[in-house]
Ligand binder design. Structure first.
Ligand code: ZN
Length: 319
């Protein structure tokens, strides 16, 4: 099975900017590109095949055509395609939000919950985000602080730099701050409970809808555990590998290619590659794909090696 280039679905949410076009080569008629959904079969925005004989098929049509074996044996544990991978350009602050876990989401929303991982691609000097709470509070205090516009005082504000990683378990209150571009690897879910929107109003003077009751039911109101910031870099011929995060839903690694790297596809899981810097060429048997910054590649599950030749940084995700 040949690896394929994917073309994303775009979202022009109000808080987005233009860096996905200017820095990551995304082409769209939309004036604002807040998000590009680089690996998605979600009904709210699908990726499409952009290389090979299946060009033009949506990713879900492509999977239907070739069968579940291209997802790998581990995908059998999930009722439907498990991952959603995005690039996100926050020109403005996103609302403070929380996502439910699987049990709550399947019962109340009809889809999986959302644990997500952020890899910081770009951060303007001083840019920060909110990641969990900085103290333990009660539900009553949480609600009161939301109503009185003081909830930011109990959130863990973190200044970020490119390369930083955050694993945001379902139930963790969070928000991306302005001036940050991230690659987000998440469960295939679009359920978000908005906790607080900085008391912002739209042109008509109306606030955005909040989902405070549901947020109170799913939020973890304890300080977020300290993330281990030490990361090992493992050297191989032609590349280095740095494990970024691993949880029961996905594993994410960063690969720095310099020369020619031989990588293994495997029958347990499909692979997603996002090119975050540089460029090169990916070859699997007779399939040759040119790679450039911003590209998203889907490698079907199979027992085969492929090579990446060039100078580039890749985010590799699999289940
Ligand atoms: Zn989120």
């Amino acid at each position: 099975m040949e690896p394929i280039l994917l073309s994303p679905a775009f979202k022009d949410y109000l808080w987005g900017g233009t860096k996905l076009k200017t820095h990551f080569g995304k082409k769209s008629d939309l004036a604002i590109l807040a998000e590009s959904w680089e690996l998605s079969v979600h009904k709210d925005g699908q990726s499409t095949v952009a290389s090979g004989r299946d060009t033009g098929l949506s990713l879900s049509e492509y999977i239907k055509k070739h069968g579940d074996t291209i997802l790998g044996s581990k995908a059998k544990a999930f009722d439907y395609f498990p991952l959603l991978i995005k690039l996100i350009d926050a020109k403005d602050n996103l609302s403070i939000q929380v996502h439910p876990g699987d049990e709550y989401a399947l019962k109340n929303e009809g889809e999986y919950g959302k644990t997500e991982m952020w890899y910081i691609l770009e951060a303007e000097p001083g840019a920060s985000l909110y990641y969990g709470l900085n103290t333990t509070i009660t539900k009553e205090e949480f609600q009161k602080r939301i109503e009185e516009n003081t909830v930011l005082e109990v959130l863990n504000k973190v200044e970020v730099r490119p390369g930083d990683v955050f694993l945001i378990e379902a139930g963790t209150v969070h928000a991306i701050g302005k001036g940050i571009v991230i690659c987000e690897i998440q469960q295939n879910s679009n359920t978000t409970y908005r906790v607080y929107d900085y008391d912002r109003r739209d042109a008509a003077g109306n606030p955005r809808q909040l989902h405070i009751q549901k947020a109170l039911e799913v939020s973890d109101l304890h300080p977020v555990p300290q993330q281990d910031s030490t990361r090992e870099v493992i050297e191989y011929p032609g590349y280095t590998k740095e494990p970024l995060a691993s949880c029961r839903y996905f594993t994410v690694e960063k690969l720095e290619i310099s020369g020619k790297a031989t990588l293994a596809a495997d029958a347990d899981s499909f692979q997603s590659l996002i090119v975050t810097e540089g460029g090169g060429t990916l070859t699997l048997e007779s399939t040759v794909l040119p790679l450039k910054k911003g590209d998203s590649i889907f490698v079907p599950a199979q027992a085969a090696n492929y090579t990446v030749e060039g100078t580039c940084s890749l985010i590799l995700s699999y289940i």
